[in-house]
Design a protein. Structure first.
Ligand SMILES: Cc1ncc(COP(=O)(O)O)c(C=O)c1O
Length: 390
């Protein structure tokens, strides 16, 4: 049987590189700087979350949850956003199988073929993957590398046309590590309001801030509908639990029909995993010692990466302010795919090529490893660059 056409442009370079890395690992040691999974390194899920899930399992909360999510968890999410100045209704929260599922379901429920959605470049690939799957056009706006990868609202405006339905903003950003300032986000919200657009605000790294302050887009919007995505994967160091959510703020009911379709889709897939939803209240209301510890480690590792990459003649890096990604530019004559493939095959360092984020000429480093391993990987990156430049 031939594959269905709709699958043909569904690509996800981060996982594609992992397949090649596995093959290379049969022959030589591979240092993995390619997957943004803190639990593959020296980061651990906080014990109070594990206790909450264990308790739920022991109480036989192993049944199918409500399709939108368990009430306790929904209440905790709604309270959390209200405490941040985001006015969401409990009935407008959907708990999903990771943020990825919520993104895919919102795209399926909100847009038709022929519509277009503005996504950032560089872009986290799950957006392109689902837009392609559902035959919805994507238009790119370019993040400003010279301004620490800030949003360029004028570039967003240039790309809006009469088929545009939504703007995706990823803040803090994967792959750049950028965080957006308040005025820029306000300008973005105003622009969306002028053109009747919905904003998808992916805030999955919002507590992993190394510098500056993070603003929730929905808190800056009065009327413009904003869907905020978040979950337990990154801030709460539990990516394998596949627990995320979408919180819809739609004060004037502008997107009610799409919202209803989203919850209808949610019913068709039954529910997200139940026991893990019982960690959500503990997570959002519990202590953040693990965040403090993670941020401390990440700052040191970010600083090493930033300094060493900029010392390599041929590479340059705008300073990441959050999360655990760096997105250096390759300033000499090799394309990003060849660079990353050679880095993996010749030096045993796995990274992801920029074209996997729709931005060639760059590559993404995950700076989660401990300092000694990170330095070893950076030595190897340096030796490949020297060799290729000769
Ligand atoms: C910006 C962004 N959004 C969403 C996701 C997916 O999150 P989840 O693991 O909850 O599906 C990731 C994962 O790396 C991400 O970086």
């Amino acid at each position: 049987m031939e594959a269905a056409n709709r699958t043909k442009n569904v690509k996800y370079a981060i996982r594609d590189i992992a397949v090649l890395a596995k093959q290379v690992a049969k022959k030589k040691k591979v240092i993995s700087l390619n997957v943004g999974d803190p639990n593959r390194f020296d980061f651990r899920t906080p014990p109070h979350l594990i206790a909450a899930v264990t308790k739920a399992m022991k109480q036989n909360k192993n049944y199918y949850a409500d399709s939108a999510g368990e009430e306790e968890a929904i209440d905790a999410i709604a309270d959390f956003y209200r405490s941040k100045g985001v006015n969401v209704l409990n009935s407008d929260i959907l708990i999903s199988f990771g943020v990825s599922e919520a993104i895919g379901m919102c795209i399926a429920a909100f847009f038709n073929p022929g519509d277009n959605v503005l996504i950032p470049k560089p872009s986290y690939p799950v957006y392109s993957a689902y837009l392609n799957l559902y035959g919805i056009d994507q238009k790119f706006y370019t993040l400003n590398e010279d301004a620490n990868w800030n949003l360029d609202v004028s570039d967003i405006e240039k790309n809006i046309n009469d088929k545009t339905k939504a703007i995706v903003v990823i803040n803090p950003n994967n792959p750049t590590g950028g965080v957006y300032d308040k005025q820029t986000l306000k300008d973005l919200v105003n622009l969306a309001g002028q053109h009747n657009l919905v904003i998808f605000s992916d805030e999955i790294y919002d507590e992993l801030i190394l510098e500056g302050k993070m603003y929730h887009t929905a808190a800056l919007s009065k009327e413009v509908p904003v869907i905020t995505f978040n979950g337990l994967a990154k801030n709460f160091l539990a990516p394998g639990w596949r627990t995320g959510w979408a919180a819809i703020k739609d004060v004037s009911g502008e997107i009610k029909s799409a919202r209803d379709a989203l919850f209808q889709l949610a019913r068709a897939r039954l529910c997200a995993s139940t026991p893990q939803q019982y960690a959500i209240k503990s997570a959002l209301q519990g202590n953040r010692k693990h965040v403090k510890d993670a941020v401390k480690k990440l700052k040191t590792r970010r600083d090493i990466t930033f300094k060493r990459i900029n010392e390599i003649n041929g590479l340059s890096l705008a300073k990441p302010s959050a999360a655990f990604y760096a997105f250096p530019r390759i300033n000499f004559g090799i394309d990003d795919k060849s660079f990353c493939t050679r880095l993996l095959e010749e030096e045993g360092v796995a990274t992801v090529y920029g074209s996997g984020f729709d931005m060639p000429g760059h590559f993404r480093i995950v700076y989660l490893p401990k300092e000694d391993i990170l330095n070893e990987a950076l030595d190897k990156i340096e030796s490949l660059v020297k060799r290729v430049k000769q």
